[in-house]
Write a protein that binds this ligand. Sequence first.
Ligand SMILES: Cc1cc2nc3c(=O)[nH]c(=O)nc-3n(C[C@H](O)[C@H](O)[C@H](O)COP(=O)(O)OP(=O)(O)OC[C@H]3O[C@@H](n4cnc5c(N)ncnc54)[C@H](O)[C@@H]3O)c2cc1C
Length: 480
Amino acid sequence: MDKISLVWLRQDLRLSDNPALLEAVKSDQVYIVYILDDENAGSNKMGAASRWRLHQSLAVLERKLGGNLNLYKGAAEKIIPEIIAQNGITDIHWNRCYEPWRIKRDRHIKATLIEAQVFVHSHNASLLWEPWEVLKKDGTPYRVFTPFYKNGCLANFQPRSPHPAPKHIPAQKDRTSISLQKLDLIKGYPWFEKLNNHWPIGEEAALERSKEFLKSDIKNYKIDRNFPYKTNSSYLSPNLHFGEISPHQLWELTELASRENDNEWVSKSSDINHFKNELGWREFSYYLNYHFADMQKQNFNKKYDEFSWDYEETHYAAWCHGKTGIPIVDAAQRQLWQTGLMHNRLRMISASFLVKNLLIDWRRGERWFWDCLLDADSASNGASWQWVAGCGADAAPYFRVFNPVLQSKKFDPDGTFLKKYVPELCRLPLKYLYEPWEAPEEILSAAGIELGKTYPKPIVNLKTSREAALAQYKLLTGKL
Ligand SMILES: Cc1cc2nc3c(=O)[nH]c(=O)nc-3n(C[C@H](O)[C@H](O)[C@H](O)COP(=O)(O)OP(=O)(O)OC[C@H]3O[C@@H](n4cnc5c(N)ncnc54)[C@H](O)[C@@H]3O)c2cc1C
């Protein structure tokens, strides 16, 4: 009798370095399955930008599989047993996911299937280090990044080498599979058209971008990754999130790049290590999510539960839509809206402005990012927002309030980035570009600007709002 297996893809939309797939193809037949499971996701269900991105990724994978990708919509615990029963499947393989809601669901499904005498196999594919393996000497989890990464991860375990793609995939089409269109991932007016062609999508494109980045753009990464108008970061976060490339593949490529003779500058520089370090931050975010709390929703530092947030809706709306009157914050938010991504430095500046100048709960910022980011990732988004807000693990101290004007002068010294995303200010002399409210009336008028009309007046005074935030944070830290 033929052995028939099912591979349940989730955040691993690739054929290479996919241990679940590699094991499953040893069977005579394999059903490759993706389920859009909004029912179990609840409030964690993907935002609009992620849905668009997922649609693109599934389309590429479906083509690669010659149409033999099976798609479903609904609760996984109902759908999987049906596919298994209809097709005589004996084994199911999946690569592990680590978000609390997915762990809960997967555990339940595993128990039910084992009871029904199905063989359930889970594999490691999206983290370099399994969270439960990295512990302090006393057996408790790390709370600070550097010892986690250096002592817990690097000193103990070398990430495994990536696996090749299967040579032959005996993929089968299930008759109850629905079409990609029926997943209904792209809705409403075609806002997403602006995202087309911006980013590499799919396994091949991700690999190509990784190689290109490690060959040239990584040069000066440590410094230049901070400049939003430069191309010195990888822009691979959506690919990593959807699993079009695995961290193991990326890790190995960085090792190879550092050994290449014609890449002498790479091996000499600390850029490679800094890049690995960032991959380490991704691991740490998942680690925190796994060990401590749902980082999207709960303060890691519980003392922050007492923080008294502001609920000024007009401020929140102005922030979301890039109309705060603070050019760098507006440029950041507009970059997000127009491209689906925001540069890391800008995420920090814009998040700090929301939380520390507007005193708006970090969770509201997290929600906006969740809806708009193509790389929206519950672990990284939650942990990063908490890091900026001061309530996260190893977080920025409460008194660190990014000054948006100084930050933009430092990281956009020619105003290139500002002019691109806030074109209404482009005729202002550089001196006033970063803070148009300081410009004399005649200069504004010569640049065709009327504050409050062609460009907003700042919704808060940066100095006084900073002081108010510090006072509020101090009140809390008295109790910290
Ligand atoms: C408020 C805020 C929200 C964020 N939300 C997300 C999110 O939803 N999804 C997301 O992937 N990243 C998030 N980040 C982290 C970081 O901004 C992005 O990972 C980075 O901008 C992606 O660009 P890149 O691929 O060019 O990064 P690179 O500099 O090329 O880094 C390589 C990879 O390392 C990982 N990485 C880098 N920095 C971080 C970090 N600080 N934390 C966790 N992983 C990191 C990413 O997977 C990234 O693709 C957030 C940061 C902040 C401050």
